[in-house]
Design a protein around this ligand. Structure first.
Ligand code: HEC
Ligand code: HEC
Ligand code: HEC
Ligand code: HEC
Length: 144
């Protein structure tokens, strides 16, 4: 299984040079996926959990949450703050499919990542969370 995943990663073209644009921008062309994601996936509301805890943690601690509870924090064209980049404030389509601005502008499927691997999930669903989470059979679980 591990080998298969490693091989998949090796042949996966991930070099998409683009910036983030936000989940709303996908709606017009992929309404089915959009609606399903917004309705069923908690990932589409992932910052709410953090915002509820806002008063209990320091502003510095709050920033550490953004890495996993928003889209593209710390990356080019990614989330900066709720005020500056409200369209990226949850974990949206692009945390799995990669930054989509160029794809939206061109409609060209080669500017978006189709193959999503467990490696993608693991950047946020880390070791310690995996044990409780058992998300391997759920590759589509947070999606649509
Ligand atoms: C202006 C229309 C348009 C918008 C907006 C758009 N797409 Fe697409 N998308 C397409 C077209 C056209 C295709 C290729 C045909 C198809 O698979 O439906 C495509 C294909 C895809 C694919 C499959 C790629 C492949 O290799 O088969 C994914 C994944 C995708 N889009 C994700 C997104 C995401 C995420 C967003 C928002 C950031 C988005 N799209 C916004 C038009 C659009
Ligand atoms: C390394 C990535 C990562 C970081 C950093 C992170 N989280 Fe999370 N968080 C997750 C994942 C993944 C889940 C969902 C899976 C789970 O429940 O373990 C989650 C779930 C949660 C939940 C439960 C949500 C619910 O609806 O039940 C809360 C609350 C939460 N996080 C708050 C925070 C806060 C506050 C911070 C910053 C201090 C933070 N998280 C930092 C990845 C992260
Ligand atoms: C948690 C990860 C995840 C999120 C978030 C996610 N997707 Fe996907 N998406 C997937 C997976 C996995 C596939 C199947 C890829 C394959 O064909 O192997 C997929 C496939 C697709 C496809 C190709 C057609 C299809 O349905 O198989 C489109 C288009 C697409 N996603 C659009 C979106 C849009 C738009 C959003 C946001 C509204 C989104 N995705 C959010 C994981 C995700
Ligand atoms: C950028 C970080 C990030 C990535 C990448 C990511 N997730 Fe998540 N995911 C989260 C956070 C944060 C939550 C908690 C949302 C909440 O409960 O408020 C979550 C929640 C979930 C849930 C809980 C239930 C639900 O409906 O949302 C599932 C299932 C899930 N993720 C699957 C996946 C899978 C499968 C992948 C990889 C294809 C993936 N996630 C990639 C951050 C991420």
């Amino acid at each position: 299984m591990r080998l298969i995943i490693a091989l998949l990663l090796l042949f996966c073209p991930v070099s998409v040079f683009s910036e983030y644009i936000g989940t709303e921008a996908c709606k017009s062309c992929h309404f089915k996926q959009y609606e399903s994601f917004i309705t069923h996936s908690r990932m589409s509301r992932s910052l709410e959990a953090v915002e509820k805890m806002k008063n209990k943690i320091t502003p510095e601690e709050l920033k550490t949450c953004y890495q996993c509870h928003t889209t593209g924090y710390g990356k080019k064209g990614g989330f900066v703050s709720v005020q500056q980049t409200p369209h990226l404030k949850n974990t949206g389509c692009e945390v799995c499919h990669g930054p989509g601005k160029k794809h939206v502008e061109t409609k060209n499927p080669s500017y978006i990542k189709r193959k999503v691997t467990l490696k993608t999930c693991e950047s946020c669903h880390t070791e310690e969370r995996i044990r409780a989470f058992r998300f391997k059979p759920l590759l589509y679980g947070g999606a649509h």
